[in-house]
Write a protein that binds this ligand. Structure first.
Ligand SMILES: C[S@@+](CC[C@H](N)C(=O)[O-])C[C@H]1O[C@@H](n2cnc3c(N)ncnc32)[C@H](O)[C@@H]1O
Length: 1002
């Protein structure tokens, strides 16, 4: 047994960089990775879980309390892999190296590594196999790794879909072994053949023998222009394939016939250039009529689609003639003996198959109604969450029940497959059925009416990977009875491959449970390790998203193999009440699920963790959230739940250059907070001591992490670990007057007991960052102090510093994503950060954000944008522009630059700045006089002016300005150099700054 006093290895050191590298790489491994068993959002990389678990399970060999018997056994375990010196420090280094190497996916099932890992754990826990507990287990990364290391594992989650994944992975696969994959293939094949036969008439082959593998569709609305009335296909793009040497697109043609509205016809063609393909017809729900160019506003598009319940289905008349609704734009086929995918336009025959499917579905539903609706409705008629639910934007388009997410033919196919699964028999029946249900999950994720067609890969893209259910205009319907991407065949085949890969190493089954993390069924003091990855505040609406899968699963699994809501058996969907998430659209006992709910629910879960943890046990909580608010809520729960943080390690889990979710500093790392149960008799801390220790610890930590490649917001949040170590070791912290200092508080307040500890943490981190970038003066400076650069320089520097991303040279804020209902971005987005983050930094550093609105920043919808320098030209030089200013500077090289900046203000008029209105600032209107005084040119203004002169090619004026600035003070160059180090490589600003600095006289 490792004594309580003995530090675990993770409390002393951890190979951050190498584990980060392997964790980030793991995301690109798709084939056979356990995560491919079924989608679960924000799965932890196995590499990080494995490495952290080893660090938690093993004692530090250099600790004086390290059990003597551990060291020789650990040396023996590592002998086949490495040699080492005889000192304890050598052993420590060797174990850390092993942890790093074992994190590599390629070594994860290697028998030598596996044996060494398991022997190390055994050496540390000779008497009893340690139990690892994860009460927010989701897709099961942490418990799976615990089993890999030879531990016992207990995994629970509130969500039944997660529980099914956990049961399959942690119980069924190890229990049945490789036979399970064979049985899955056997039963899957039978079901596929049956469905193929049953549904053949709905997926006919082409008369020329070609096989359709996908049907491409567009939702349609009617043009409301009085003289038009054309049916408008809603298409983001007319491209079909962008694959090299196989570029194909659709060309729309308007056919006009007297007395009828214009008709849009399509033809498939091979575009020679990108310009040859017309632009899409819809952006941000605004649709353009191909026939008359009229724009239909979003509210009308919404209203028309709502009338069609989302618009996926074709509307036919009694004779089977299409009259509206979904429009098939193209059919993707395979030709026997010919390579590649082929595209043709839709024919009457294609629509006939859809009509037949609609009639068959109607027949089934009519029968169910006639039978008194006794059983579950054959199609998922459960409601979608209400409008405004986090992550859901389709309800206003008429998608109100889960069945509205599918077209009639898709529903029919999923019903047929589900029924066969329910009826399937097998020696391993419940396990195989569970696996088949997961395979249907994959099929439905690729087989619904919100699936886009990926033009460069020529395949459908699953809907729910994006963690959002948002409106899609054009979509791809795969053939579930076929064998291509999106088919049931491919889904169960991939599931079988995952089983075989998972069994690349053998492991004993673990225990799983569907439970609220605040009340698990484990005995008190049973867990050696409590390692969990709780929900990330408002990032993912797990329960609502998982209903997409749940509604089908409950139709194919017997009730005893799919847990219903244990708290409310009448709930037809996954449990919501107990789900820990910050989502104001949800009510619990009349209260919104806001920050308080999140914090107190988290505290309950932590308290439960403390209960099940052995007194000598250790825990780790993973968290990655972009806002300080999310962090504060989690930490509040952790501290009040009775834990003390003993170490923390940020681990990068994202690939550099990853696509971004939003134009803000997304984190590449998640912080692993190592914690121990805080003793009930922990001392009271002195606020003055805490405050003294904080800057030093934060400074040292930032230095170490920068050395490990951490940057920007990742670095900020990683500093929470040491900050909390200082704070959470005490039962409470008090100031000299006996006031208790809370963890969170009102960041605007002056008194520490009102302001809270975390506000001091953000301030310290911001100050330390500023010191790194601009030097000591700025770090100390409050507004207006001599020797410091002005507020706008500090704001800009901090902003850019926070935006830097770990392992990524290019600022991620510049990348854009092509959201399905968002305009495709043709130019890079501006630098942007979440308002909450900027505010927390700015305020304690004496930066008043509202003063710099429209001058340096622009805040919209909770996101603060840093204005690009180019957007400041008019502001700085007025209507006459940079060229006129340059003329003036060239004529009077020694004149003060101030004179040419803000000319409108100089003339007494309020400056005209885009979008500027008289704005309320802290309750008062800003007068023109205020604005005028604010328009004194700052060092940053002058640096920007120089950059604009550089951009305009006004070398002589630039030199004159630089000379004048050098005479004035070193601030100009100090700031320019600082900013040049912060702007992302390849950005226009960096190019201008570097060119300008080259021109500076030395
Ligand atoms: C970040 S995820 C865990 C992901 C997991 N580590 C993995 O690698 O897949 C958080 C999980 O917490 C679960 N959850 C939310 N509220 C819960 C509660 N009250 N009790 C138990 N689990 C809950 C969600 O269903 C979700 O699966």
């Amino acid at each position: 047994m490792i004594p309580k006093e003995c530090k675990r290895l993770i409390e002393v050191d951890f190979p951050i960089a190498v584990v980060s590298k392997h964790s980030a790489r793991e995301k690109s491994i798709r084939h056979g990775h356990p995560s491919t068993l079924h989608l679960w959002w924000a799965r932890r990389p196995l590499a990080a879980c494995r490495a952290v678990l080893l660090g938690l399970l093993l004692p530090d060999p250099c600790d004086p309390h390290c059990p003597d018997e551990f060291k020789p056994k650990a040396r023996e375990a590592l002998r086949p892999l490495m040699s080492m010196g005889s000192k304890d420090a050598d052993l420590q280094r060797a174990i850390l190296k092993f942890i790093g190497n074992f994190a590599n996916w390629d070594n994860s099932a290697h028998p030598v590594y596996l044996r060494a890992g398991r022997e190390l754990v055994k050496a540390a826990h000779p008497e009893e196999t340690p139990l690892v507990v994860d009460p927010f287990a989701g897709g099961g990364s942490i418990p799976l790794e615990a089993l890999r290391l030879g531990c016992d594992a207990f995994a629970s989650d509130l969500n039944p879909v997660a529980c099914l994944i956990l049961k399959v992975m942690l119980e069924d696969i190890p229990r049945h072994g490789p036979d399970l994959a064979d049985e899955l293939r056997r039963v899957g094949k039978e079901i596929k053949h049956k469905a193929e036969k049953e549904l053949a008439e709905f997926y006919p082959k082409d008369p020329d023998g070609a096989t359709p593998i996908a049907y491409l569709w567009a939702r349609t609305v009617r043009c409301e222009s009085p003289n038009c009335g054309a049916e408008m296909p809603l298409m983001r793009s007319f491209w079909l394939s962008k694959k090299k040497n196989r570029r194909k697109a659709l060309r729309p043609r308007v056919v006009r016939q007297v007395g009828q509205p214009p008709r849009i016809e399509f033809e498939v063609f091979e575009p020679k250039t990108d310009k040859g393909v017309p632009g899409g017809t819809v952006t941000r729900a605004k649709a353009t009529c191909v026939a008359c160019n009229m724009v239909l506003p979003p509210e009308r598009v919404r209203a028309q689609l709502a009338e069609q319940r989302g618009g996926a289905d074709v509307v036919f008349d009694k004779k089977g003639e299409r009259t509206g609704g979904g429009r098939m734009t193209a059919v993707v086929t395979l030709h026997p003996g010919v390579q590649g995918r082929h595209y043709r336009v839709a024919t009457e025959r294609d629509y006939q198959a859809v009509w037949k499917a609609q009639k068959r579905l109607k027949g089934i539903l009519d029968e169910w109604e006639k039978g008194g609706k006794k059983d579950l409705c054959p199609v998922p008629d459960e409601p979608l969450p209400p409008i405004g639910t986090l992550g859901f934007r389709v309800q206003r388009y008429g998608v109100l029940q889960w069945c509205d997410m599918f077209s009639a033919r898709q529903k029919l196919a999923l019903m047929e497959l589900s029924e066969s699964i329910r009826a399937s028999g097998s020696a391993m029946a419940p396990a195989v059925r569970g696996l088949l249900a997961l395979a249907i999950g994959k099929t439905s994720d690729l087989g619904n009416a919100g699936v886009p067609w990926k033009r460069d890969a020529e395949c459908p893209v699953n809907l729910l990977g994006s963690k959002r259910v948002r409106p899609f205009w054009d979509w791809a319907e795969s053939v579930p009875t076929g064998e291509a991407s999106g088919s049931f065949h491919s889904a169960y085949g991939r599931t079988a491959t995952t089983i075989q890969a998972a069994l690349g190493f053998s492991y004993f089954p673990g225990g799983t449970e569907c439970a609220d993390a605040a009340a698990v069924s484990l005995p008190t003091e049973s867990a050696a390790v409590w390692f969990t990855d709780p929900p990330y505040y408002d990032a993912i609406p797990y329960a609502d998203l998982s209903d997409f899968f749940f509604v089908w699963m409950k139709r194919m699994l017997l009730s005893n193999s799919l847990p219903a809501d244990p708290f409310d058996p009448s709930n037809a969907l996954t449990p919501k009440r107990q789900e820990i998430v910050q989502d104001e659209s949800k009510l619990v006992g009349g209260e919104r699920k806001g920050r308080d709910f999140f914090e107190s629910a988290m505290a309950r879960a932590f308290r439960e963790g403390k209960r099940v943890m052995a007194p000598d046990g250790i825990g780790t909580v993973v968290f990655a959230h972009q806002t300080t608010e999310g962090w504060e809520a989690l930490l509040g729960g952790m501290v009040s739940g009775g834990f003390a943080v003993s170490a923390s390690w940020p681990i990068a889990t994202e690939m550099p250059h990853r696509p971004r979710a939003r134009e803000s500093a997304a984190l590449a790392t998640s912080v692993h907070l190592v914690c121990r149960p805080r003793p009930d008799d922990a001392p009271v801390g002195d606020w003055a001591d805490v405050l003294r220790e904080l800057p030093e610890r934060a400074g040292d930590w930032m230095e170490r992490l920068q050395g490990e490649g951490l940057r920007g917001a990742d670095l900020v949040f990683a500093c929470i670990g040491p900050a909390l170590e200082i704070f959470s070791r005490y039962s409470r912290v008090e100031d000299a007057a006996g006031n208790v200092i809370p963890l969170g508080g009102n960041p605007e307040a002056a008194e520490p007991h009102e302001r809270g500890y975390l506000a001091h943490v953000w301030e310290t981190v911001g100050r330390t960052a500023l010191e790194h970038i601009l030097g000591t003066a700025e770090a100390r400076a409050r507004n207006g102090l001599a020797g410091a650069l002005e507020e706008d320089a500090r704001l800009t520097a901090l902003f850019l510093w926070t935006l830097q991303s770990t392992g990524n040279e290019k600022s991620s804020a510049q990348e854009g994503e092509e959201g399905e209902d968002e305009a495709p971005r043709t130019k890079p987005t501006r630098y942007a950060l979440i308002y909450d983050v900027v505010r927390r930094f700015a305020q304690p550093l004496g930066i008043h954000l509202e003063d710099w609105e429209d001058r340096i920043i622009e805040t919209k919808k909770g996101v603060v944008h840093l204005l690009p320098v180019s957007a400041r030209a008019k502001q700085l030089f007025g209507e006459a522009g940079a060229q006129a200013a340059a003329d003036w500077i060239e004529e009077q090289p020694h004149g003060p630059v101030q004179v040419v900046l803000f000319p409108e203000v100089a003339e007494g008029a309020a400056p005209e700045i885009r979008g500027r209105k008289k704005r309320k600032r802290r309750g008062a209107l800003v007068s023109d006089e205020d604005l005028k005084t604010q328009r004194e040119a700052t060092t940053l203004d002058r640096v920007h002016a120089a950059m604009l002169l550089q951009a305009g090619g006004r070398t002589a004026a630039l030199r004159a300005l630089l000379r004048a600035e050098q005479d004035r003070s070193p601030d100009f160059l100090r700031l320019a150099n600082g900013l040049s180090a912060l702007y992302p490589k390849g950005s226009e600003e960096k190019r201008l700054l570097d060119a300008m600095l080259l021109a500076a006289p030395r």
